[in-house]
Design a protein around this ligand. Structure first.
Ligand SMILES: Nc1nc2c(c(=O)[nH]1)N[C@H]1C(S)=C(S)[C@@H](COP(=O)(O)OP(=O)(O)OC[C@H]3O[C@@H](n4cnc5c(N)ncnc54)[C@H](O)[C@@H]3O)O[C@H]1N2
Ligand code: MOO
Length: 416
């Protein structure tokens, strides 16, 4: 006969707290990781450890914005014919001077010769190469990008804590930085638990499901800037989970588990965490995501035990794990953007639990409308992929009328 372990009502979550309090407790588990020097090619998605100044003016010299002729605007009259004395393509490193009454050809991105104060686009001429006929005039300064008008040498162009998006990487390159001081990326080990789990690709037997929280969390952690170690799911066995936790901790700065944190007889993450190290079982006043575990293993590695229901796991990552990972990454702003949106239909929400409802933002009317997707059930994976926001209904609100404003957490990724 199989010996059934007792349901652990004695180990049921005892710490009851609101979402913000739990999020603060999680955020306190780790600070920004040490500074490393990264080549620019590996800088995207990481946070700067120091303020960065420009090494050069941008543009570094007066530069042409158009293909045409470098001219003195005062020499231009419709019908005038001027000598073309030189040809200045982009990349020409000579210091060219234009004599009075003459012009040079010039291309976009080439340095404007001294003596010229404007660029006459080729479309306003006959396009001549030895002599050029002026068909129309331009004002002094036209189509010249002046030295330093964008960025001045010595300007602080990015701040410590900025997470580097594509625009920032471009700016760092343009201002002369081949390497940057960034924080190390957090290494996250993801461990799913549950004897019902089989890898995707494996045919399901009765009672089995595909392991989906691990891949989901790995994708979310990578998008948050972490390096991910996705471990094979482990069965509901305390010793097996303890061994897997130790292995995970040896390979990561933080371990994220899913499943096994509730009050069931086989909720072994709870038991494994309580048996080894400092651990806290929490009942967070939220929906979904009520049961949570937080622990610090004997080697000092923090463990976040998320609930197994896929939507609970997704939402728990968003509000607890992602801010911690962003903090470890060194980001000055660890939170998602929040928006105010209206709801198309009335909503109800349980008293005393902060509800985070998956929604899709509809922008067709110009201002955002948060349309709930997938219903409140925390097993409803079908619509998860369509959600790009979470409607955040406070604990004390039980009813939201159609058309009312709500706060939403914007799940779309933004360049920093
Ligand atoms: N008597 C009570 N039962 C439950 C309570 C409670 O307060 N009293 N809380 C419920 C709530 S709320 C949640 S959330 C779940 C969380 O429980 P666990 O974290 O212990 O999760 P499991 O029981 O292991 O799994 C729940 C559900 O999710 C599926 N699952 C788990 N892992 C994965 C995975 N990696 N990929 C896909 N799906 C996964 C699992 O098969 C279960 O269906 O507890 C309630 N029960
Ligand atoms: O809190 Mo559970 O996460 O509602 O399904």
């Amino acid at each position: 006969m199989v010996e059934v372990p007792p349901a652990r009502a004695d180990l049921a979550p005892r710490v009851v707290r609101p979402l913000d309090e739990h999020a603060a407790a999680v955020l306190a588990l780790a600070g920004p990781l040490p500074t490393v020097t990264a080549p620019l090619a590996q800088a995207a998605g990481r946070a700067l450890a120091v303020d960065v100044r420009s090494g050069v003016d941008l543009p570094p010299w007066d530069s042409s914005a158009m293909d045409g002729y470098a001219v003195r605007a005062a020499d231009l009259r419709p019908g005038a014919v001027l000598d073309v004395v030189d040809d200045v393509p982009a990349g020409d490193t000579r210091e060219v001077t234009v004599p009075d009454g003459a012009v040079t050809r010039i291309m976009t991105g080439a340095p404007v010769p001294s003596g010229a104060d404007a660029v006459l686009p080729v479309e306003l001429t006959d396009g001549g190469t030895a002599r050029v006929r002026v068909d129309d005039v331009v004002a002094p300064g036209a189509h010249v990008r002046h030295r330093g008008e964008d960025v001045r040498a010595g300007d602080v162009v990015l701040r410590a804590g900025d997470v580097l998006g594509a625009g920032a990487v471009g700016l760092l390159a343009a201002t002369g930085h081949a390497h940057v001081a960034v924080h190390a990326r957090p290494r996250v080990a993801v461990l799913s638990t549950g004897s019902e789990l089989v890898p995707p690709g494996t045919p399901l037997r009765h009672g089995q499901i595909h392991e989906s929280n691990g891949p989901q969390l790995a994708a979310a952690a990578a998008a948050a800037g972490a390096e991910v170690v996705l471990l094979a799911a482990v069965r509901d066995d305390v010793d097996g989970v303890r061994a897997a936790l130790a292995d995970a901790a040896a390979r990561a700065d933080v371990v994220v588990t899913t499943g096994g944190v509730s009050v069931g007889a086989y909720d072994v993450v709870r038991d494994a965490l309580l048996a080894g190290g400092r651990a806290e079982l929490v009942h967070v006043r939220m929906q979904p995501g009520k049961p949570q575990a937080v622990a610090v293993l004997p080697d000092g590695t923090p463990v976040l035990g998320l609930p197994g229901n896929p939507v609970s796991c997704f939402v728990s990552f968003e509000v607890f794990v992602r801010p911690l990972l962003r903090r470890m990454l060194g980001a000055s702003d660890v939170h998602r953007r929040r928006l105010t949106a209206s709801v198309p239909d009335a909503l109800s929400s349980p008293a005393g639990r902060r509800q985070l409802l998956r929604a899709r933002l509809d922008w067709t009317g110009g201002t955002p409308v948060a349309v709930p997707v997938g219903g409140p059930g925390s097993h409803l994976l079908g619509a998860l992929a369509r959600a790009d926001a979470l409607i955040d209904v406070p604990e004390d609100v039980t009813h939201v009328a159609a058309g009312d404003a709500v706060t939403v957490i914007d799940l779309r990724e933004h360049d920093a």
